[in-house]
Design a protein around this ligand. Sequence first.
Ligand code: THU
Length: 124
Amino acid sequence: MARANAHAPYSGFAVGAAVLSDAGAIHAGCNVENAAYPVGSCAEAGAISAMVAAGGTRILAALVLGAGDALCTPCGACRQRLREFADDATPVIVAGPEGVRRRFSLGELLPESFGPATLGRGDG
Ligand code: THU
């Protein structure tokens, strides 16, 4: 997947992400680091951008894939990025190179979240 194209020369930690949209399409992304460290972006951000650019408006499921012994769960900022287009019940699948490691719901990863509904927007 997109992870093979990750630009991660500083951390050496390649991440791939994919989101399934309401249009039935799968959009992938990878982390893109930068010599100015804070400018780098996460794999989830790339996948979400690709979905939005293609016209998708909702995430039905998300997958994040990273190597190492620890689970490559989405970082805090990416949990919030996912929340913009998904709800508490949306599956977030965490995988390693060997396959699926664990399944969460977004609500488990980001409980009591601040989302569009907090601002009286959308159905989320
Ligand atoms: N990373 C992601 O792409 N997604 C996450 O949710 C966690 C972290 C990337 C950012 C950075 O390029 C590398 O992993 C190490 O933090």
